[in-house]
Design a protein around this ligand. Structure first.
Ligand SMILES: NC(=O)c1ccc[n+]([C@@H]2O[C@H](COP(=O)([O-])OP(=O)(O)OC[C@H]3O[C@@H](n4cnc5c(N)ncnc54)[C@H](O)[C@@H]3O)[C@@H](O)[C@H]2O)c1
Length: 220
């Protein structure tokens, strides 16, 4: 079996989003088990670490073309390699970031993104104090230079961390310049053509869940 074959989704199935969200959890936990010296890992073991049902884990892993041995489980090194390739974490996806404020600046300084396959190669802002400088080695250009920079860099992803009022306008600019996927951190529900991928991400949505559960536990 070639490596290329291993990373193909079985039968070209479209992988459900919840599965795609859980697979990185399994990956992190399998890496942890490797650090502890494990050579094989079963769905039951991953289940213990992640608190996710073992049958759900087996089902999720069935989208990834890897087979385990009865009773022994999956070979840890192979599972890590196959999961990383399947999730696209081994390829580097280059991105531009718009809006180097408190959130955008933090993302530019996050070395973790690269481990998950995302490399922000340049950023754009309109603040004269930022334009022409760099952060964590990443150059910051004026937003007006975006189209020109699209010709210089091979980029398909745009990270959106601008004020909410201009979220749509910047999105339109990005798409007309050739961006194919937008990682949207603004709370604005941006509208895009059908062929453009949008991923909305909010730290605050998770906070609300935590507060709600905390209150629930306090009054139990
Ligand atoms: N998803 C989340 O969890 C989360 C967390 C924090 C903030 N946010 C959102 O992210 C966005 C940024 O928040 P922040 O706190 O970093 O704001 P901020 O005010 O610190 O930063 C915004 C930056 O955008 C720049 N900007 C303004 N016009 C621009 C343009 N035309 N082109 C490029 N850059 C431009 C500003 O100069 C500034 O540097 C907001 O929409 C906010 O609601 C989301």
């Amino acid at each position: 079996m070639t490596m290329d074959h291993q990373i193909q989704p079985k039968d070209s199935m479209r992988v459900p989003e919840p599965t795609l969200r859980r697979l990185p959890w399994y990956l992190s936990n399998v890496k942890l088990l490797k650090q502890k010296g494990e050579r094989y890992v079963s769905s039951t073991q991953i289940s213990r670490e992640t608190n996710i049902d073992a049958s759900q884990i087996a089902k999720d892993l069935s989208y990834v073309d890897i087979s385990g041995r009865t009773r022994v489980g999956y070979e840890v090194d192979t599972l890590i390699t196959v999961l990383e390739q399947f999730l696209g974490f081994t390829d580097i996806h280059k991105a531009f970031l718009f809006g180097v404020g408190s959130l955008g600046g933090a993302l530019l300084q996050d070395s973790g993104l690269k481990h998950f396959g995302l490399e922000i190669v340049a950023a754009f802002d309109v603040n004269p104090a930022l334009v022409g400088t760099s952060l964590n080695g990443i150059p910051i250009f004026h937003s007006d230079d975006f189209v020109q920079k699209m010709h210089e860099y091979d980029v398909h992803i745009g990270v959106l961390t601008v004020p909410i009022e201009i979220a749509q306008c910047i999105t339109d600019t990005m798409i007309s310049g050739g961006i194919k996927a937008v990682w949207n951190f603004t709370p604005f529900r941006i509208r895009v053509p059908e062929n453009i991928v949008v991923q909305n991400t909010s730290l605050y949505a998770h906070l609300a869940v935590m507060f709600n559960r905390l209150n629930f536990n306090e009054f139990k």
